[in-house]
Design a protein around this ligand. Structure first.
Ligand code: HEM
Length: 210
């Protein structure tokens, strides 16, 4: 019990540095499975989307529910999970064209796919965002790009919303499955922006006078 309390409430994750190292290289597994196993491109997109939602949730959760410190402890892991999610999404996008013997890097310029009522344009926007995010998710890029690096990272929002629209259009009957997580993320973003916490924080001055 005290282990769980330490983990969830105090955010003490054992072997966290080792866990980060392991997660950093997990992206190799989907690459290998894509090359050697016949799983199909869809599963990669589904898992990539779930991990993307997780990455988008962690930061606002740590701000909005500060007493549950595991969220704050997990904030640094967003980079590693983000890379895994990005690789999965890239494989999904690449894989769709590969089964048709087409190259995604050529097809993104094909006007046939650029119809915003269809699934492809939103998918391609997500793919372009994910490729830029993956290329710049290393220390060398942070060093070279300096202040622009943070701006480029904002592409994560483009990826998130373009993916949400893509998936909604793919499966209009089950759009609730997209609307619920996207709404939760947005509500938490707004709460974090306005510094609303759960439980409500007392104003700092009130704490001092007690
Ligand atoms: C060039 C880019 C992309 C292409 C060509 C593409 C293509 C497709 C296609 C054809 C489907 C429907 C498959 C089927 O039902 O048999 C699909 C589903 C899906 N895609 Fe993409 N996609 C792209 C980008 C993305 C991105 C950026 C994401 C973000 C996570 C994503 C996530 C998904 C998910 C989760 C599904 C399953 C939706 C469901 O059935 O509920 N895709 N994609």
């Amino acid at each position: 019990m005290s282990f769980l309390k330490n983990l969830i409430l105090n955010g003490k994750i054992p072997y966290f540095r080792i866990i980060r190292r392991i997660v950093l290289f997990l992206w190799v597994l989907p690459v290998l499975s894509y090359i050697f196993l016949d799983i199909g491109f869809l599963k990669y997109g589904e898992l990539g989307w779930k991990l993307l939602i997780t990455v988008m949730l962690i930061r606002p959760l740590s701000d909005v529910i500060p007493d549950i410190k595991i969220f704050k402890a997990l904030v640094p892991l967003r980079k590693e999970v983000g890379i895994l999610s990005g690789v999965l999404i890239a494989i999904h996008s690449y894989g769709y064209f590969a089964i048709k013997n087409k190259n995604i890097f050529i097809e993104i310029f094909n006007s046939q796919y650029w119809n915003f009522n269809g699934i492809f344009s939103w998918g391609i926007i997500g793919f372009i965002a994910v490729i830029i995010l993956l290329i710049t998710s290393n220390n060398l890029s942070i060093h070279l790009l300096k202040n622009s690096w943070k701006k480029i990272q904002q592409l994560a929002y483009v990826l998130f919303f373009a993916s949400a629209i893509h998936i909604t259009l793919v499966n209009k009957n089950e759009m609730i499955k997209v609307i619920i997580p996207v709404s939760i993320v947005m509500i938490l973003w707004i709460m974090a922006k306005f510094r609303i916490t759960i439980p409500k924080r007392k104003p700092e001055n009130a704490e001092k006078t007690e």
